[in-house]
Ligand binder design. Structure first.
Ligand code: NAD
Ligand code: ZN
Ligand code: ZN
Length: 345
């Protein structure tokens, strides 16, 4: 089968690989129909993810059709259409029982990282019953691809952890796919203000179309002043960090109002200053989270019901044969205005 293989920092190739086989009773083999590329795949290609060894097939998102199941799988059968969660969960270990699938002792984020992933014609999914979601016939495949990772990430790590409430004020720093997913799902709760902050005017324009009440380009270093002016000097109730660099976590600390929550979503690669000397008296909370994908069944229902339309995040289409072009396009998002690319297998 054809697969996109990581060969160490800066190196990848579309090449022929053996089709995966059932290795354990809980496995399923899925024939991929649609997949995508995540910013995390770009991090792997930079050499930032030590757990991902050369030779690994990349990808942790997508939809497909069950080809085969292990002896222990009763919830799915060959021919079933399924949505793959980026997080693998056994459903039985200490952390799964606490509904923290991201910390599953035999799962978590392993797909396209510690085991071969979804940017291929076929993929082996361990713990299939708790990792795959049935795809109801009515749901559009491309919309579902957005539910593998980015929608649950924006919602769980940003909106739920950030305690977005009706009438509240929200600042989202970072208007990439994750920040925009937080923007879409924050609107379940009808906050009064959603202020989107980024350096990229195109993405800020998209954010306005997606329901941001205000947008701020932070290139001038004055984003915090602008947020204070918009909130009557109080600061916001929720600040969602969706970039993963020190500058944006600092903006969150500068704009959070008394009693507010800073919900960190970004993956940080270097240390970040925490200004407790300014924050200690302000009754704030800071949360962190690796996406658990526990809200995926709920999000699927909102997509089916037309409450949100995640296909609005899709800007480009490719085939698996063109996946190297897809990486080029996705990797130069500032020039190509790419958000999410769909790869049809
Ligand atoms: N916690 C989790 O489970 C989880 C899961 C998936 C992704 N993530 C992380 O979420 C973050 C966002 O992901 P994404 O795919 O949307 O990334 P992305 O790179 O596509 O988007 C980041 C956005 O931040 C903007 N930005 C960069 N520097 C900035 C600055 N100094 N000030 C303001 N804006 C700035 C960029 O213009 C871009 O629009 C990443 O760190 C990613 O690794 C976390
Ligand atoms: Zn991802
Ligand atoms: Zn587990």
């Amino acid at each position: 089968m054809k697969a996109l293989v990581y060969h160490g920092p800066g190196r990848k190739a579309l090449e022929a690989r053996p089709k995966p086989e059932i290795q354990a009773g809980g496995d399923a083999i899925v024939r991929m129909t649609k997949t995508t590329i995540c910013g995390t795949d770009l991090h792997i290609l930079k050499g930032d993810v030590a757990t991902c060894a050369p030779g690994r097939i990349l990808g942790h998102e997508g939809v497909g059709v069950i080809e085969a199941v292990g002896a222990g799988v009763t919830a799915f059968k060959p021919g079933d259409s399924v949505l793959i969660s980026c997080i693998t969960a056994c459903g039985k270990c200490y952390f799964c029982r606490r509904v923290m699938y991201s910390h599953c002792t035999t799962g978590g984020w392993i797909l396209g990282n510690a085991i071969d992933g979804t940017q291929a014609e076929f993929v082996r999914i361990p713990h299939a019953e708790t990792t795959l979601n049935p795809n109801p016939a009515a749901a559009e495949e491309e919309a579902l691809v957005m539910l593998s990772d980015i929608l649950p990430t924006g919602f769980e790590c940003g909106v739920l952890n950030g305690k977005v409430e009706p009438g509240s004020s929200v600042a989202i720093v970072g208007a990439g796919p994750i920040g925009l997913a937080a923007l879409l799902t924050a609107q379940f709760y009808s906050p009064a203000q959603i202020i989107m902050i980024d350096l990229d005017d195109n993405r800020l324009g998209v954010a306005r179309q997606f329901g941001a009440t205000h947008t701020i380009n932070s290139a001038d270093g004055k984003a915090a002043e602008a947020v204070m002016a918009l909130t009557g000097g109080r600061g916001v109730d929720t600040a969602i960090e969706a970039v993963g660099v020190p500058a944006t976590f600092l903006i969150c600390q500068d704009v959070i109002g008394p009693g507010g929550v800073i919900a960190n979503v970004g993956v940080h690669g270097s240390k970040v200053d925490l200004h407790l000397e300014r924050l200690w008296s302000r009754n704030i909370s800071i949360t962190t989270r690796l996406v658990d994908t526990v809200t995926t069944p709920m999000l699927l229902k909102t997509v089916q019901a037309g409450k949100i339309d995640p296909t609005r995040l899709i800007t480009h289409h490719f085939t698996l044969d063109g996946i190297l072009d897809a990486y080029e396009t996705f990797g130069h998002a500032a020039d190509t205005q790419a958000l999410k690319v769909i790869i049809t297998v």
